[in-house]
Design a protein around this ligand. Structure first.
Ligand code: R5P
Length: 287
């Protein structure tokens, strides 16, 4: 087995290769220093994969990383790989999982269809709606990334875990089982892609350190609204913890209300503090 990492996921690919005690095949992402002037992607495998089972690790966010995934998968096949396992740690476009209005693309299905062109199977993590994976043309599994957050929170200064909405209760519950801290939840109403409203609810947070646990932080609006509510109820410390830290737009400004922000390496950022490599290694070994 060999591991190849796309440029969105090189540190995670290396961590997975380490967990599996296998080799990484390096990739050149630029033909000339600075890349192509028009911003198009370039990939070149710098080692052999002929006859190998290759694990390609690449998050499909932002959009150019989808192109890079396709180029790498095709190059790996052309180079004679025997089997290709696609590991898409954060499945970009996963949230458009149905046709809400006539004529819309079911974007998650579209990306899945194209990932399947060269891959034998797909592993992804904490996808918005795991049911969408059943519509993909190849076997596809959702791996739970929350245990990685639970591991981190176990040794952090945290008294209580909090789900920002009822959908996130399952995340707080899983993390709670691993780190041994209790959990509660708030109620959120999404107004639009940028605005959320949190219904105030009396929580026992006075003087406590609270970690808000969610699958994704995008604009940081959900977490910031929840964090303000916790502060107004006397929380001593507020931590934001997510599997996928996208941190788009003014997220870092919005998140200033938090004392600490924790994300995994499904999307590499300044807030990446814990790796999901052990979770993927277990799933790859079980294939
Ligand atoms: C919503 O369903 C998700 O669980 C997250 O709460 C949401 O994606 C976070 O987005 P934002 O950071 O933009 O509020």
């Amino acid at each position: 087995m060999k591991v190849v990492g796309g440029s969105a996921s090189v540190p995670l690919a290396k961590a997975i290769a380490f967990e599996l005690s296998t080799n990484i095949v390096d990739v050149a992402f630029e033909k000339h220093t600075g890349g192509f002037p028009d911003g198009e992607r370039y990939v070149r495998l710098l080692g052999s994969v002929a006859g190998d089972h290759v694990v390609l690790v690449q998050t499909t966010h932002p959009d150019l990383m989808i192109v890079e995934f396709l180029l790498l998968a095709d190059a790996i096949r052309d180079a004679g790989a025997r089997r290709l396992t696609a590991v898409v740690p954060y499945f970009g476009y996963g949230r458009q999982d149905k046709r809400f209005l006539e004529g819309e693309a079911v974007s998650a299905k579209t990306i899945g269809k194209h990932v399947a062109v060269d891959a034998n199977e797909l592993l992804t993590m904490t996808i918005h709606n795991p049911d969408i994976l059943k519509t993909f043309p190849i076997p596809a599994q959702d791996i739970d990334g929350i245990p990685a957050l639970g591991r981190y929170l176990k040794s952090a200064d945290v008294d209580l875990l909090l789900a920002p909405d009822s959908n996130a209760i399952r995340f707080a519950k899983t993390a709670s089982a691993i780190c041994g801290k209790p959990y509660d939840h708030l109620e959120k109403e999404r107004i639009d892609s940028y605005t959320v409203k949190i219904t105030p609810k009396k929580l026992d947070v006075r003087g406590k350190s609270v970690a808000i646990v969610d699958d994704v932080i995008s604009t940081g609006g959900t977490i910031a609204t929840a964090a303000r509510e916790l502060r107004s109820q006397g929380a001593r410390r507020v931590i934001a913890a997510c599997v996928h830290g996208l941190f788009v737009g003014k997220a870092n400004v919005n998140l200033k209300v938090c004392d600490e922000v924790i994300a995994t390496d499904t999307v590499q950022s300044a807030h990446t503090k814990v790796s999901v490599a052990p979770e993927f290694a277990v799933a790859i070994r079980a294939l």
